[in-house]
Ligand binder design. Structure first.
Ligand SMILES: O=C(O)c1ccccc1NCC(=O)[C@H](O)[C@H](O)COP(=O)(O)O
Length: 260
């Protein structure tokens, strides 16, 4: 089944590469750090819950950041990040499972594995606290079913962030049993970012679901905008990676403090 409409050539290339990647060796069993609790801890400390992303490059980024990803991750935590996201996709994002393993060992916050998982065996590549499943990708011909993958991930101990872009995808995520939902402001057809996507889609997400605004946040005002629209947390990559990551993370995690 392929019901989700057009996707950009770069995204098609990401998807084709993901189809070719093998799974891990044995089945993983994760003792996960709680993502909702990490958000609550940040709020209790007066920090805006931010998932800071270690993202060396991407199809929409010029160049590649080659600093030690573990040092970058530690600086993000220093800057107040409630959780981290680490790209493990090698071909388009410069990531690797080994980097995630090293980062998770070095920090004590939850770590999201940011990759394009299509098949159950790909869950077994590396331990992480949270795994990403993208509704649109799992509509593609020959991929595993969202509900089955969600269950398989939970059986291994992962928490699951289910990524959506439309109201229809939110409905699919909720029907499949998601309790952590991301709304991605970047559309996979043109790779354009529009923060009103989150504002339009967020009201359709049930109150008891942990809701994350993803992509395209560039300033503390953008964080405030997403929080006003209902985000429990914001996932920020490029804007943090584009400079001093400790300082940039701090600007986002203290954005509500500086406005009150
Ligand atoms: O970031 C890209 O260029 C990209 C292109 C195609 C598919 C996915 C892509 N990004 C994955 C992500 O979800 C983002 O890395 C994440 O939400 C952070 O976004 P940003 O803050 O805009 O870097």
């Amino acid at each position: 089944m392929d019901t989700g409409g057009e996707i950009a050539p770069d995204v098609r290339s990401i998807l084709n590469a993901a189809r070719d990647r093998s799974g891990g060796g044995g089945r993983v069993a994760v003792d996960a750090r709680s993502l909702p609790e990490a958000f609550d801890t940040a709020e209790a400390d007066g920090r805006v819950p931010v998932i800071a992303e270690v993202k060396p490059t991407s199809p929409t980024t010029a160049g590649e950041r080659r600093d030690d990803p573990v040092e970058l991750a530690e600086q993000m935590v220093d800057g107040g990040a409630a959780a981290l996201s680490v790209l493990t996709e090698p071909e388009h994002f410069g990531g690797s499972p080994e980097v995630l393993r090293r980062v998770r060992e070095a920090v004590d916050v939850p770590v999201l594995r940011k990759d394009f998982v299509l098949y159950e065996e790909q869950l077994d590549v590396v331990e992480a606290d949270v795994i990403l499943l993208i509704v649109r990708f799992l509509e593609e011909e020959g991929t595993d079913d969202l509900e089955d993958l969600l269950a398989a991930a939970r059986e291994r101990g992962f928490q699951v962030l289910v990524e959506t872009h439309t109201e229809r995808e939110v409905e699919q995520a909720i029907d499949a049993g998601a309790d952590i939902v991301g709304v991605n402001n970047r559309d996979l057809a043109e790779l354009e970012v529009d923060l009103s996507t989150f504002e339009d889609v967020a009201p359709t997400v049930p109150e008891n679901v942990t809701l994350i605004a993803e992509s395209g946040l560039e300033t503390p005002d953008d964080v405030t905008r997403m929080r006003t629209a209902g985000a429990d947390a914001c996932l920020i990559g490029s804007a943090i990676m584009a400079g001093d990551v400790r300082e940039r993370t701090r600007q986002f995690t203290t954005s509500e403090e500086t406005q009150s």
